[in-house]
Design a protein around this ligand. Structure first.
Ligand SMILES: NC(=O)c1ccc[n+]([C@@H]2O[C@H](COP(=O)([O-])OP(=O)(O)OC[C@H]3O[C@@H](n4cnc5c(N)ncnc54)[C@H](O)[C@@H]3O)[C@@H](O)[C@H]2O)c1
Ligand SMILES: [Zn+2]
Length: 429
């Protein structure tokens, strides 16, 4: 007679063997995943999955045969989830928006996987500018079913109503409907313009950002703010509209001029100063360029968290304006300076003395400006027109220590005093 206890011991032992087999199977899955990532191959392989699911299990017992099918299907399904999780913690960052979520994928070479990562099997308007190497937009177009590329002139001037209209007209000429989508391939200017056009065309179509400047990768492409300028006021008109996905391919930065890189690093440094001391540490103690992947990832993680908590900028998202109130006001007078350079100047004005002392050597390393000419009155005028005004005071962000910030109303006098710190040769009235 068989003993029930012995039989149960056998089952337990087989279960342990199965668990060990499962562990070994998943180790192979991880190796496949790593191989595919290293060779730029797609992770999902629907044809192979389908073939695996129809593999017959050769048992004489018909019931077992059909149940094994179900068991095998779940193993294949679990494998897929495991592969997705293997990729997700590092490379895929989620942002929860009010009207939908956004997935930010950071991956070398993902420009070439746009067709797989985004739904481009429809009419697609690709917006780029004439300073972005044309092959980036063409690479995306080659992965779309019905692409149309519009190339606007490079520079801030393209964030205008007239270019917005041109983009919208091109969408109409391409016979786009609400089921179609827009893809921005460019820096922050292109992302802002394309996102705005997408968010209002037929009351909104989906859009994707493929940022090609460092500044757009660490900041402008993430967070769902879109817009154009109006009468010299930056981003005076726009929407909150989350892109479906943001595809960040650090490889496209190979063609980006050094000064543009520094401008982007300034925007990442902004996140380090206010929110992430470990990110600041990279800037302070290392050469940032070899750590670019880490810098992009840390900046995006922080921005996605802040935006998920306060998408419409009613509270904590204001921290991302650190350096911007002053920076924007300077930008109008200094067309020769890049956005990130103006933000860098703004950060100096808005930091406590100990923070300034730690920033200066970093600016020297990155060749960021520490001074510029400041015309007091026009700058004050522009600050007053900034969106962050409360009564006669301006809601501004101050970095008190690294990783800490205060958001508080400041009088115009205080802002002007702070501006004088960066004014070359003193402030002109
Ligand atoms: N929406 C937001 O949350 C947000 C945040 C920060 C900044 N912004 C906006 O972003 C804009 C600044 O963005 P930016 O610094 O990317 O400027 P940009 O878009 O003007 O690009 C800078 C220059 O780099 C060129 N370029 C782009 N990619 C290139 C590449 N891979 N190789 C060579 N050249 C390339 C462009 O043609 C352009 O001449 C501003 O308008 C700012 O207001 C928006
Ligand atoms: Zn900025």
């Amino acid at each position: 007679m068989e003993n029930l206890e012995q039989l149960r011991t056998q089952i337990d032992s087989i279960d342990r063997e199965m668990a060990e087999l499962f562990r070994r199977r998943m180790a192979v899955v991880a190796r496949i995943n790593a191989y595919k990532a290293a060779h730029g191959l797609p992770i999902a392989d629907p044809a192979r999955e389908a073939a695996m699911l129809t593999q017959a299990y050769d048992a004489s017992d018909g019931v077992l045969n059909s149940l094994y099918g179900a068991f095998h299907r779940s193993v294949v399904e679990i494998s897929k989830q495991y592969q997705a999780r293997l990729r997700s913690p590092e490379n895929v960052i989620r942002l929860d928006g009010r009207d939908g979520n956004c997935e930010i994928i950071i991956e070398h070479g993902c420009l070439h996987r746009a067709g797989e990562l985004a739904d481009l099997n429809r009419r697609v308007l690709i917006v780029t500018d004439d300073g972005v190497p044309a092959q980036y937009a063409q690479t995306v177009a080659s992965q779309c079913r019905m692409p149309c590329i519009i190339t606007v002139p490079q520079g801030e001037a393209s964030k205008s109503f007239s270019l917005l209209q041109t983009v919208l007209e091109r969408m109409a000429a391409h016979e786009m409907t609400r089921q179609d989508c827009v893809v921005a391939v460019g820096g922050g200017a292109v992302c802002d313009l394309a996102g705005f056009a997408a968010s209002i065309y037929e009351r909104g179509v989906e859009h994707y950002n493929i940022p090609t400047t460092l500044l757009a990768q660490v900041d402008a492409s993430v967070g769902g703010k879109t817009g154009v300028n109006l009468g010299g006021v930056k981003n005076a008109v726009g929407t909150f509209s989350q892109p479906r996905k943001v595809l960040i391919d650090p490889q496209v930065l190979e063609t980006l001029p050094e000064r543009q890189m520094a401008s982007g690093l300034a925007e990442a440094l902004k996140i380090g100063v206010t929110l992430d001391p470990e990110l600041f540490d990279i800037f302070e103690r290392k050469d940032p360029l070899p750590h670019l992947d880490e810098i992009i990832r840390r900046a995006v993680v922080q921005k996605a968290q802040i935006v998920s908590a306060d998408e419409r900028e009613r509270g904590v998202r204001r921290v991302l304006n650190f350096g911007h109130t002053v920076g924007h006001a300077l930008e109008a007078d200094h067309p020769e300076l890049l956005h990130g350079e103006c933000v860098a100047l703004g950060m100096l004005a808005m930091s406590s003395e100990p923070v300034v002392q730690r920033l200066l050597p970093i600016y020297e390393k990155l060749r960021l400006p520490t001074r510029c000419s400041v015309n007091g009155e026009p700058v004050a005028e522009r600050i007053l027109h900034d969106k962050k005004r409360v009564g006669s005071e301006i809601l501004a962000v101050e970095a008190s220590q690294i990783g800490q910030f205060v958001i508080r109303p400041m009088t115009m006098d205080e802002l002007l005093r702070r501006l004088s710190r960066i004014a070359e040769g003193g402030m002109t009235p």
